[in-house]
Design a protein around this ligand. Structure first.
Ligand SMILES: [Zn+2]
Length: 601
């Protein structure tokens, strides 16, 4: 029997159509090793990396050639039985974390198996629904590929783009323990002969590498987003690795007789994620990539480190997937109101409730508001129970819906004291971190209206600068005289409007002379308001006759400084050396004249 023929039989159509491919499964589990909290466990798994990878491929071999164990090997029910058998052994040595200890390869295998089930859950629920959303499908004669899942297609990306290596499949560590674990889980009838193909699982990689030569470019062309994002997308390789590492932390404690409280390991949306769609929420939610499914981006999912309750595989009353009201909630942060929940939610996902799943999900029964924050709470008001009947550690996080272009726009109207529009007023939008150059800028039209679009996220204060000949003074948002007191506007935001009414010009004027009394031309003159730091409110220069004139200063108190050339020392009114000792000059409705300065040698 050649490897290829073995591979072909391995890859006979399986009931697990909606699942990650075995190559991707091995990759996810190996990626998770670096994310493990406990350094001892990390070292053990690293030392037995190929056993981890082989364990992560093991469940899907259980679907082929009349094998029966595949489905059962995916679930917490089986993993708990396997872990408990290892924990009960007396021949594992004094230190379970010792990579050379007798049970180390068995631990690595069990953890790899667990990584497979977790990988399927997150991949099926969060990644594959992107297929129908984006209409990304590729079959085109690719063996074992179908539209219900993206596993073979993405396996080609894994081997062809990401260089996932050919697995080196070690021998199964302990077949009697494995068979006993199926018995203990309540799943009888598994025999050693069902594991006959396990040592040949690397043939899948060989076949996929051959297929990639013919099909990879087609997969990338027909499934561009999924091909480009299979690592970083929710439910993809990185997400799965994080979920698997959390699961392993729980298993590691259980193995040592001290299983920690079940926690949320990772969520979709991510905490603080701010681009979640506001619409499209009221729909049917299914796993996988079959046409007509989808809704990948409108799901609210938390991954647990230990499963929800499970039932025996046969004969029991079963466990409902639906969870009690209040176990998982969504609240509009601004109003504090809890959102109504879609029928059937919150619930365990992606599948039925009986086998021990790790994902829980709540779906609002309405669309969300754009540009709004929502808080998700797990087990805060009503406990979520795990498979031991223990409460999951309460967990909350927030996400925001995407803001439309209008939320990145500030508009308004600029008027004069007679409520007439002031055309050609420059409106400058400063973020907190801006210096002299504003982030956004627009000019008011003949009707006095302006619109600044495309503003990046931030808090803005606006300056309104009328044309020089308007006889009007500048003002900051909120009719403030300076930037420090200006009214802030937070982008993104709904309906951001900043109107301004410009007051009549406030004038300040004077004359600059040399020590001999001759007029000095081209001297820079600065009107410095109390709150100015780097940028003075007013900047002008003297004319040939030594005179200068500010028009349109905001009402306020100024220190006036004079400078011969850039970088030279400032002289301050009235003949002072520093800003602190300068004479304050109040500027109001009445023009202020005679603010003169004489440069002395
Ligand atoms: Zn699977």
């Amino acid at each position: 029997m050649t490897a290829v023929i073995v591979g072909a039989s391995l890859l006979a159509p399986t009931p697990a159509a909606e699942a990650a491919g075995v190559t991707t499964h091995g990759w996810m589990a190996v990626e998770a090793i670096d994310l493990v909290d406990d350094p001892g466990l990390m070292a053990l798994l690293r030392a037995h990396e190929e056993q981890v990878r082989a364990g992560a491929m093991f469940p899907d071999v259980g679907y082929v050639n009349g094998n029966t164990y595949g489905e059962e090997a995916h679930w917490q029910r089986f993993v708990d039985a396997y872990v408990d058998l290892i924990a009960a052994r007396t021949d594992c040595g004094p230190d379970l974390a010792d990579p050379a200890a007798p049970c180390a390869d068995m631990i690595a295998h069990a953890f790899g198996v667990a990584g497979h089930g977790m990988g399927d859950e997150v991949w099926d629920w969060l990644f594959e629904p992107n297929g129908p959303d984006l209409d990304e499908y590729y079959v085109n004669g690719l063996p074992t590929a179908n539209e219900g899942g993206a596993e073979t297609q993405m396996d080609l990306v894994a081997v062809g783009v990401h260089g996932v290596p050919r697995p080196a499949i070690p021998a199964l560590p302990d077949i009697p323990t494995l068979l006993q674990a199926f018995e203990d889980a309540g799943f009888g009838g598994v025999t050693e002969s069902q594991f006959a193909l396990v040592p040949h699982a690397a043939a899948v990689w060989d076949l996929e590498t051959q297929w990639a030569a013919e099909h990879l470019a087609g997969v990338q062309a027909a499934m561009p987003w999924m091909s480009a994002n299979m690592v970083t997308a929710p439910g993809g390789v990185d997400f799965a690795a994080q979920a698997i590492a959390g699961y392993w932390g729980s298993m590691w404690g259980r193995l040592q007789g001290d299983q920690p409280p079940t926690e949320v390991s990772i969520t979709y949306p991510a905490p603080g994620q701010d681009d979640i769609p506001a619409t499209g929420w009221v729909r049917s939610y299914q796993p996988g990539s079959s046409r007509g499914r989808g809704g990948a981006r409108t799901r609210i999912t938390a991954v647990l480190t230990h499963a929800r309750p499970y039932a025996p595989p046969t004969g029991g009353p079963g466990v409902p997937a639906e969870m009690a009201p209040g176990t998982m909630t969504v609240t509009d942060v601004a109003s504090g109101a809890a959102l109504p929940v879609l029928a059937g939610f919150p619930r365990s996902v992606p599948y039925g409730g009986d086998a021990g799943q790790h994902l829980i999900d709540v779906q609002p029964a309405q669309d969300l508001s754009p540009c709004s924050w929502y808080e998700v709470a797990v087990g805060v008001t009503t406990p979520v129970t795990d498979a031991r009947g223990e409460p999951v550690t309460p967990h909350t996080w927030r996400f925001r819906t995407a803001c439309g272009a209008e939320a990145h726009t500030i508009t308004g109207t600029v008027t004069d004291p007679a409520d007439q529009p002031v055309a050609a007023t420059q409106v400058l939008a400063y973020r907190t971190t801006d210096g002299f150059i504003p982030t956004g800028q627009a000019e008011a039209g003949p009707d006095g209206r302006y619109e600044i679009t495309g503003l990046p996220e931030g808090t803005y204060r606006l300056a309104f600068l009328p044309p020089a000949d308007a006889g009007l003074g500048m003002v900051w948002s909120g009719q403030s005289p300076g930037r420090g007191e200006a009214e802030p506007h937070v982008v993104p935001g709904a309906g951001l409007v900043a109107d301004a009414q410009l007051a009549a010009s406030r004038e300040l004027s004077g004359r600059v002379t040399a020590a001999d009394g001759a007029p000095l031309a081209g001297i820079a003159v600065y009107a410095v308001a109390a709150t100015d730091t780097w940028v003075p409110t007013g900047v002008t220069a003297t004319s040939a006759d030594g005179t200068y004139r500010f028009q349109g200063l905001p009402v306020g108190v100024y220190r006036v400084a004079f400078q011969v050339t850039p970088g030279s020392p400032l002289g301050w009114y009235h003949q002072a050396a520093t800003r602190q000792t300068a004479t304050p000059v109040p500027v109001g409705a009445t023009p202020v004249e005679g603010i003169d300065h004489q440069f002395t040698p």
